[in-house]
Design a protein around this ligand. Structure first.
Ligand SMILES: C[S@@+](CC[C@H](N)C(=O)[O-])C[C@H]1O[C@@H](n2cnc3c(N)ncnc32)[C@H](O)[C@@H]1O
Length: 198
C-alpha cells in the first residue's frame, strides 16, 4: 500500500497524465526540504513551471540546492507565506502542512494562514477547466490536530455542486497523516467567477 506522501505523488502523476497536453504550472505551497518540489519538477520534466513557497530561508535554500543538484534550473522561489500567492494562473497546488523536519517545530503552518491561502487559491483557480488542490494534514501533534480540524471543516462545507472534495485516510489509524483534495465538479455549469468563498 502507498504511504500518505507517496499517495499525494500518485495524485500528482494522475493529474499530470490527464492534462499533459497543456502548459502546466504546479505550485508547492510549503517547500520544506524540497521533496515535493522535486517531484513536481520531475513530473513536468522541464515542460511546465514549478513554483515553490516557504517562509523559511533555510527551506528555500535546501530546496534550491536539491533542484539544482537534479538539473532543474527554472523553478521560481518565493520566500513568502502562501497566504500571498502571486501567480494568477496555475493548475495544481500542494500543501504539505506542518514544520520543517529536524528544524524549529514552532515555525509551522497554522489553521489561519492555511485557510487564508486555500481561500485565495480557490478564488484564483475555480474558473479553470481542471485543477487540483492537495492538502496533506498531520493530526498526530497538537497544532496539527487543530489545523486539520479547521481545514477539514472548511473543505467539508465547500458547495458540492462546484467542488469535488475527497479525503484519503488510513481507516484504522486516525492520527496518521491524511490527504484532502479539492477539484472541480465538472458537472457544474455555473460561472465560478461569481462564486464567493467566505
Ligand atoms: C512539512 S514541511 C513541508 C515538506 C516539504 N513539502 C517536503 O517535501 O520536504 C512544512 C513547511 O511549511 C513551511 N511553512 C509554514 N508556514 C508557512 C506559510 N504560511 N507559507 C509557506 N510555507 C510555510 C515551513 O517553514 C516548513 O518548511
Amino acid at each position: 500500500m502507498f504511504k500518505i506522501v507517496e499517495f499525494s505523488h500518485f495524485l500528482i502523476t494522475e493529474f499530470y497524465q490527464k492534462n499533459k497536453e497543456k502548459y502546466l504550472t504546479f505550485i508547492d505551497a510549503t517547500c520544506g526540504k524540497g521533496n515535493d518540489t522535486l517531484f513536481l519538477a520531475e513530473t513536468l520534466n522541464h515542460n511546465g513551471t514549478v513554483v515553490a513557497y516557504d517562509i523559511q530561508e533555510e527551506a528555500i535554500d535546501i530546496t534550491k540546492r536539491l533542484l539544482l543538484k537534479n538539473h532543474f534550473k527554472n523553478c521560481i522561489f518565493h520566500l513568502s507565506s502562501h497566504e500571498k500567492i502571486l501567480e494568477e494562473n496555475f493548475d495544481l497546488i500542494i500543501y504539505n502542512l506542518g514544520y520543517l523536519p529536524g528544524s524549529d517545530k514552532t515555525i509551522t503552518t497554522t489553521a489561519n494562514s492555511t485557510l487564508n491561502s486555500i481561500k485565495l487559491v480557490l478564488s484564483k483557480i475555480s474558473n479553470k477547466e481542471d485543477y487540483l488542490i492537495i492538502i496533506v494534514l498531520y493530526p498526530g501533534h497538537e497544532n496539527g490536530l487543530i489545523e486539520s480540524q479547521i481545514i477539514d471543516d472548511f473543505c467539508y462545507h465547500l458547495p458540492s455542486n462546484f467542488y469535488l472534495v475527497s479525503k484519503y485516510q488510513n481507516y484504522n489509524r486516525l492520527n496518521a497523516p491524511y490527504i484532502i483534495t479539492i477539484s472541480k465538479n465538472k458537472k457544474s455549469l455555473v460561472n465560478h467567477s461569481k462564486l464567493m468563498i467566505n
